[in-house]
Each structure stands twice: as C-alpha cells, then as structure tokens.
Design a binder for this molecule. Structure first.
Ligand code: PLP
Length: 382
C-alpha cells in the first residue's frame, strides 16, 4: 500500500505547524508550573496562558476576558448550549439550532428540549444549505433562550447569513451562538462588528494541537459552568489548564491572523478541481456550491455509488479525503446535512468531502483528478 502522501482532509484536522510545536515544547518539558500557583513556576505558566488568551481573542477581535478555554470545540459547544443565558432571564432554558449543525450542537439541543418534554425542532435550511431568515419568526414562537447557527458548515462549507439571523434574534430578545470551528482562520471574523453573543473555536482546525478549544462569551452574557471544582477560567470551567495546548492554540491563532489574507488562491484551486472533476466524471455534482462558501471545502457526489468506498479506494492510492464529518464517519447513516437540504438517502450517501489547506499544491490536486475518474468508473460497474 502506498504511503499516505496527499492529505486532503483538512476539515477533519490539520497538521501541527512547526512554530506551534516549538512554542509548546518548553511547557511539555521544563516549564511545568500550574497557572494557579503563586510561585515563580506558576507565574510563568499563567503569563503564557494569558498571552495565548490575547492571541486567540485578537483573531476574532474579542477582549481577552471574553475567551474561555475548554478541552475541545465539542466541549465549548456543549457548554454554551447548556449554559449560555441572559442574566436578566435565567429561567428561559430552551435552546434552538439549525438542522445542519455539528453533532456537538445538535445533541445537547435535542437533550435540553427532551428534558422539558419539548418536541424536536430545528431551523430548516434550503436546498443549497442556507437558513432563510424569514423562517425564524415561526421558530421563535417557542421563546427559546438561545439560537445556535454555525458560521459555516463543516461538510459543504456554506456560510450562513448570520447578520440577518442575529438582527432578527436580538429583536426577539434571543441570544445567538455560532459554531465557527470551520470558519475561523479562513475568513475574517469580528465578534464586535457581528454583535454575536457566543462563538466556538477549535485549535486543531487551524494547525494547532488537538484537545483544546475555546469559546467567546460576550462580556455581560451569563454562562453556567458544566465542570465544577476549581475556580479556573473565572469559575466558568474548572480543571487545571492544559498549558502546552493553550500556548499552542495561541501560536496557531497568531499564525492564522497573519495568513488570513492568503486564502484566495485556495478557492481558485478548489474551483479548478471541481470543474475538472465534474467534466471528467459523468453524473457527478457539487453540494452547496450555489451559495457563499468557505474557500477550502468541496463536497462532491457521484450518482449510484456511496462516498465511503470512494474514500477507501482513494486511501489505497495514498490520498486522504473525508466523507462528511470525521466524528460521524464511523456511522453508516447518510449525512444529516444533505438530508436537511432535501436530498434523498441515496444522494446523501453519495458524497465525499475534499478539504484543502494553504499548502495544498496544484500537483496534489492533479493527482486526485487523475486517480478519481477510473475509481468511480470501476465502482459503478461492481
Ligand atoms: C463545525 C464543527 N464544530 C465542532 C467540531 C468539534 O470540534 P473538536 O474536534 O475540537 O471537538 C467540529 C469538528 O470537526 C466541527 O467541524
């Protein structure tokens, strides 16, 4: 089996940047202080954590005190969905989210609604994967505490009309959260300008380490902790800080800020890739391409075959792609995102996700364009 030499699954995770690793090394080796300790070793760790907090805050134009570190994007989403509340109305408890959210938003939303004997209800999307802000009025009749709409989707890359969603939600007195795990570092995000109440980020999607995430919680908005114990993170997330992970996250955020202007060529490569594949593979289509999209994600489907064997055949050729969200790829369920867009079970099973980075080369994509058509032809004949 050839070595995995072409990696096109950057929406699942990204390789650690060498500068990130370098910044983490002292905190994995000799700088072992606990940021909660008052002695010198503790103060060194505290300073490093606070510098990282400023770096993460700066990437989204937040204040450092509005950044709360968590153990993952998943934890940040759970924390917000279960605990974000307006201090003036802490009794309102029902969250609401769109039908195409990541499971770390969908599941806590489902859970919270079930606990209150409320039926499942999700904000619908149209056939290109976008929420139509006009649909909000009906959903708001249940008086939710919070609406969660992802900044951009992890399977198809579509960017939601957040401005309009936030405006309508705030008019109805409802807080808004956005899961920006896929969007952060790819497109400029300014939480002040957006007037969002909470937002989720994960380090490993921007060349940082795995197992470290963060949420932005607007100053003045309440958050009930999920984890109880120590007073870390201002009493909002107990547990000794993952200092090395946080430092790596800070460096990754600083790098992402520096390279934010550099995604146009990635979109160009992605568009060329799509047109080559569509022209060379009959009965194939791109999901979500009709709306605004992140520059690095392509979701392509092939009628009559499932995405999983395509992914496995490419893997055998040394090319790594995804089939939707990495964390649900062990399941045989069709994509809930594509189903919500009105596709049939067969169509929603038929897609692979190709996701690029700023380092993806034209040669790598040419190799994919060369190897994929015969794979599809072979799979269609078995
Ligand atoms: C949109 C979205 N939200 C949340 C997550 C979860 O982040 P983490 O892997 O840090 O738990 C992911 C990961 O794939 C994601 O794509």
């Amino acid at each position: 089996m050839p070595l995995q030499s072409i990696y096109l699954d950057h929406s699942a995770t990204t390789p650690l940047h060498s500068e990130v690793l370098e910044s983490m090394m002292p905190f994995l080796a000799d700088q072992h202080g606990n940021p909660g300790s008052l002695h010198r070793a503790g103060r060194v760790a505290r300073k490093a954590v606070e510098q990282a907090r400023s770096q993460v805050a700066s990437l989204i134009h937040a204040e450092p005190r509005e950044i709360l570190f968590t153990g993952s994007g998943t934890e940040a989403n759970n924390l917000i969905l279960t605990g974000l509340h307006s201090p003036s109305e802490p009794q309102r408890s029902l969250p609401l989210c769109s039908a195409i959210e990541h499971h770390s938003v969908l599941d806590p939303t489902r859970n919270a609604r079930a606990k209150q004997q409320q039926s499942e209800a999700f904000l619908p999307v149209n056939s290109i994967g976008l929420i139509e802000p006009e649909a909000l009025a009906e959903a708001f009749s249940s008086k939710p505490r919070l609406v969660s709409v992802m900044f951009a989707n992890n399977e198809i890359g579509t960017i939601q009309p957040l401005d309009a969603i936030i405006e309508r939600s705030h008019q109805a007195g409802i807080l808004v959260h956005t899961d920006a795990v896929q969007a952060v570092g790819k497109i400029p995000i300014d939480v002040r300008h957006l007037a969002i109440d909470a937002l989720t980020i994960s380090a490993h999607k921007i060349h940082g380490p795995k197992g470290i995430g963060a949420c932005f919680v607007k100053h003045g908005v309440g958050i009930r902790p999920m984890m109880r114990g120590g007073a870390q993170e201002n009493g909002r997330r107990a547990g000794t800080e993952n200092v090395a992970g946080i430092v790596g996250f800070g460096t990754a955020a600083a790098l992402a800020s520096r390279q934010l202007h550099d995604w146009r060529h990635v979109a160009t490569l992605r568009d060329q890739l799509e047109s080559t594949l569509i022209n060379s593979i009959p009965r194939s289509w791109i999901n979500g391409a009709q709306g605004p999209r992140l520059p690095h994600i392509s979701n392509i489907a092939f009628r009559g075959i499932e995405g999983e064997p395509v992914m496995l055949a490419l893997d055998a050729e040394g090319i790594a792609v995804g089939t939707g969200a990495a964390c649900s790829s062990g399941s045989l369920d069709p994509s809930h995102v594509l189903l919500a867009m009105g596709q049939s079970y067969e169509e929603a099973h038929a897609a692979i996700r190709i996701s690029l980075s700023q380092n993806t080369s034209e040669e790598e994509l040419q190799s994919l364009c060369h190897k994929l058509p015969p794979i599809i032809e072979r799979l269609r004949t078995v």
